[in-house]
Design a protein around this ligand. Structure first.
Ligand code: ADP
Ligand code: ZN
Length: 622
């Protein structure tokens, strides 16, 4: 038996376990069961892969995502792990080969679709074969309340009955207590140790700014920070995904639309390109995402606000699974608020359901409007408290100013009241600013006491006031359409002068560019980084695998910083295990050693001094 730490180093090329991994791995190696709840990108796979290698026999992984099995298996084979899958995409001869490998103990890991595993024939095969453990991935699929329910998962409880001695591990990133209880009950995991890691995704930078020209803002963001990166842009409507993708294409980006209305073949093609290429941007509705297991998604952008914090978190969570810095970027404005409030009010469903939906929307709006740390707010929403501000969200990086909006809010509310709660924002602003529109004349609004009392503010400032009042529930939007605003109970205290209100000062700020730009370490030589990526691309293409299967971005970046020149030095880079060193070491060293040591005669001395000071190294080479 190999020790877990040794396997981590030699097979995966990593130095240490992340906090919960070690305990999980040990539990399984000792034959115990585990329930693991870890955020996306937390490192769930290692939790069963290492025990499967450490124990005798083959680890059987149940996964609902057939489309991904191929990639997972390729990635493992790259590491020298004897992996295979069994699902309906396999021809009979290949399936027979896999089955015989399993029986003869020639496999370390086997991925199986749940509908296949629960067939008697497959169970009998497993009983004849040496099995080290069962891993049930995406375990929340047993939950009948969730979005991803799979009837086949219910039958998995039989694993415990048929294989009482084989340890089981169930894994999910979906965390609410009800789902967890359901997983335990349905998979018979009452005795399992539970490992619940925090929700935080520290490498994701959350940014939400005010929408003034959404497409232009998106383009600016891409140009400044993600010229060459893969990412997802979410929109609410199908049409908008197509228009936005086309528009991005016209601006030189490799953008593709994705929504449920497109032919299945086209969707599959888009998904495959997204996984395999490094620079594809998918412009999608929420239909895109489930099972997208691409580690190097560098940004998730929202052109429309999601309806709930849960959706926001799930969608943004697709960025940066590899732990490298990534952006969750969103623009939102008054129209989003009005549109979503209306959609919700006119939606089907009971009153209780609508109220719950409103409540969730309010939480999302609250997240947009807060002036304090967004991560703290997000985590608090999921019941996790965090003592300090994060330093990696827009509000932390560029603190927002607030102003005493009490007086302005009273004026705005009074304009709503005096005009009979029948008008939308545009007209209310005309009243406040004393404009002379047809509508003003038609309704004789120039004689109201509120007419013209708000001339000191321009239209944008008033829109900001109204948006914040709607977002915070002082005003509601009329169900009948046209976006008429109505007063809510909550106004009373404000109107009576019993309460004050601090409002966000909206500026058209863009987060400081130098801080977010590509966020390669400043010492990295961009030309070298590109050359390494190019080499990786060539190697991936030859084998028909996604580039990240060869090496992750993080591994290439570390190469740029440490500048290894020999196989021994390369072996110390995180992510370079024994097999990959053998297979690719020379190929990458050739790139690393081919760099001109421009501008300095003794660059070589500096760049490989032990405990490299990356900064110095890069300076020496500039
Ligand atoms: P999850 O399935 O939880 O979303 P993965 O298992 O795909 O996450 O792991 C996310 C990334 O983190 C992968 O790139 C993986 O190789 C990397 N990773 C996992 N554990 C470690 C570790 N101990 N040290 C370094 N990298 C790790
Ligand atoms: Zn923060």
């Amino acid at each position: 038996m190999n020790s877990a730490n040794q396997l981590l180093r030699s097979v995966f090329g990593y130095d240490s376990f992340r906090p919960p991994q070690q305990a999980i791995v040990e539990t399984l190696i000792d034959g115990g069961d585990a329930l693991v709840l870890m955020p996306t990108g937390g490192g769930k796979s290692l939790c069963y892969q290492i025990p499967a290698l450490a124990r005798d026999g083959c680890g059987v992984v149940v996964s609902p995502l057939i489309a991904l099995m191929q990639d997972q298996v390729s990635a493992l084979r790259q590491l020298g792990v004897r992996a295979a899958f069994l699902n309906s995409s396999l021809d009979p001869a290949s399936a027979r080969q896999v089955e015989s490998d399993l029986e003869t103990g020639a496999l370390d890991l086997l991925y199986v679709a749940p509908e296949r595993l629960t067939q008697e024939r497959c169970l009998a095969l497993l009983e004849r074969s040496p099995i080290s453990l069962f891993a049930i991935d995406e375990a929340h699929c047993v939950s009948q309340w969730g979005h991803d329910f799979r009837a086949d998962y219910l039958a998995l409880s039989l694993l415990h009955q048929r294989f009482p001695r084989v340890p089981r591990i169930a894994l999910t990133a979906t965390a609410d207590a009800r789902t967890r209880a359901e997983i335990i009950a349905r998979l018979d995991l009452g005795q399992a140790r539970q490992f619940i890691a925090g929700f935080d995704r520290p490498n994701i930078r959350y940014r939400i700014s005010l929408k003034h020209n959404a497409r232009g803002q998106l383009l600016q963001f891409l140009r400044d920070e993600h010229r060459q990166d893969a990412g997802i842009v979410y929109c609410l409507s199908r049409r908008k995904t197509e228009e936005t993708a086309l528009w991005l294409q016209q601006h030189g980006y490799d953008a593709l639309p994705y929504h449920a209305g497109l032919p299945a073949q086209r969707r599959a093609h888009t998904q495959a390109r997204f996984l395999r290429d490094e620079r594809v941007i998918v412009v999608a509705t929420i239909a895109f995402g489930m099972g997208i297991d691409k580690p190097d998604v560098r940004f998730v952008a929202h052109l429309d606000m999601p309806r709930t914090v849960e959706s926001y978190y799930q969608e943004t969570g697709r960025a940066g699974r590899d732990g490298q810095s990534a952006d969750a970027w969103m623009v939102y404005g008054l129209q989003d608020v009005i549109k979503l409030r209306q959609m919700m009010a006119t939606s089907e469903g009971s009153e209780a359901h609508k109220r719950a939906e409103q409540h969730r929307l309010n939480a999302m709006l609250g997240l947009c409007e807060i002036t304090t740390c967004r991560r703290q707010a997000l985590l608090a929403y999921f019941g996790e408290s965090r003592e300090t501000a994060c330093g990696n969200c827009d509000n932390c990086l560029t603190p927002v100013a607030t102003w005493d909006g009490t007086q302005a809010a009273r004026m705005a509310l009074s304009a709503v009241y005096r005009t009979g709660q029948r008008f939308g924002v545009a007209h209310l602003i005309d009243v406040l600013r004393g404009a002379t529109s047809d509508k003003i004349v038609q309704f004789d609004h120039q004689h109201l006491p509120t007419y013209g009392i708000g001339r000191a503010f321009d239209g944008n400032q008033w829109r900001s006031v109204f948006r914040q009042l709607v977002a915070r529930g002082y005003l509601s939007v009329d169900i009948e359409g046209f976006g008429a605003l109505r007063l809510e109970e909550k106004c009373r205290a404000l109107l009576r002068g019993e309460e004050t209100i601090a409002l966000r000062r909206d500026s058209r700020r863009n987060a400081p560019k130098q801080q977010t730009k590509v966020r390669l370490h400043e010492a990295i030589d961009v030309a070298l980084w590109e050359a390494l990526r190019e080499r990786r691309r060539e190697l991936a293409e030859v084998q028909g695998v996604p580039p990240y299967v060869i090496f992750h971005d993080r591994t290439l970046q570390e190469m740029c910083l440490v500048l290894p020149r020999t196989m021994a030095e390369l072996a110390r880079i995180s992510g370079v295990g024994e097999r990959k060193l053998q297979k690719y070491g020379n190929s990458f060293l050739a790139v690393l050693n081919a760099r001109p040591a421009a501008g300095s005669n003794n660059a070589g001395d500096i760049r490989n001094s032990a405990g490299v000071d990356a900064r110095e190294a890069a300076d020496g080479n500039r």
